[in-house]
Design a protein. Structure first.
Length: 254
């Protein structure tokens, strides 16, 4: 049985040592087999990935996108820099591709940060997840998994759910091809997004406003621990294999 333990943290808006803070708050309570689900924004702030919009100079392309989608051209400039491809948008948002994953505004967020500032994604979230995992193992002698998560909209669905952007020490995507269902049918394409499942469960406690709960301990998930590293690209599938994009006629680079 899974047990979720929320961990409240002090409000942060500048660079800090995320491992030291986690160790201070809950290090002594961690057990072998625990999985730490940590907000990508919390990790990003710890890395100093906070940008003042006043210091951003938008280029021509950013100004064009801003006019078309009624956005701040400085934000558009950051989105261009942070994304691999801008696919389109609606008023207030650009739909982008980042490491093969669809992400509004390249994951840049204006909430829970000071006015006039935005938070980018962690530069290398998989490296951040590995560092947290390894340093806690060194300092506390416990074997834990780490999932860096974000909240995300899903096509045609109302509201946000949790999604993993990186993981370390967790079997994040379980390949179930070749297994049989209850009636003996062999599964041909099914994979279970375990890190996404954990992220969504944690998001119930993390919330989206002033909960101040950027870390959730998932207990009872020890069987999911595995010596694996998952950058964002390992969660992605090619556009030609995606039922949504392929049905809509999207082709990368088209």
């Amino acid at each position: 049985m899974l047990t979720l333990v929320p961990v409240t943290m002090p409000r942060k808006s500048a660079k800090f040592d995320v491992v030291e803070l986690i160790d201070t708050k809950v290090g002594g309570k961690l057990r072998d087999g625990d999985v730490l689900v940590i907000s990508s924004k919390f990790v990003a702030i710890s890395e100093g990935r906070v940008v003042k919009l006043a210091g951003v100079r938008p280029g021509a392309r950013a100004r064009e996108l801003a006019a078309e989608h009624r956005m701040d051209p400085r934000l558009c400039e950051l989105v261009i820099r942070e994304s691999d491809e801008v696919l389109g948008g609606i008023p207030g948002f650009l739909l982008t591709s980042k490491e093969g994953l669809l992400t509004p505004n390249a994951g840049i967020d204006k909430s829970n940060i000071g006015h006039g500032m935005v938070v980018l994604y962690p530069r290398r979230p998989e490296a951040s997840a590995r560092r947290i995992r390894e340093e806690l193992r060194f300092s506390r002698g416990v074997s834990v998994g780490v999932v860096i998560c974000d909240s995300r909209l899903s096509p045609t669905r109302r509201g946000t759910t949790g999604v993993a952007v990186a993981a370390s020490g967790v079997d994040a995507v379980l390949d179930m091809r070749g297994r049989s269902d209850l009636f003996g049918n062999v599964l041909k394409v099914t994979s279970q997004a375990l890190a996404d499942d954990l992220s969504s469960a944690a998001e119930v406690l993390m919330g989206e406003s002033d909960e101040a709960t950027p870390v959730v301990i998932v207990r009872g998930a020890g069987k999911l621990l595995k010596d694996e590293e998952y950058p964002g690209s390992r969660f992605a599938i090619p556009a030609e294999d995606d039922v949504f994009l392929r049905s809509l006629g999207y082709r990368h680079g088209a």
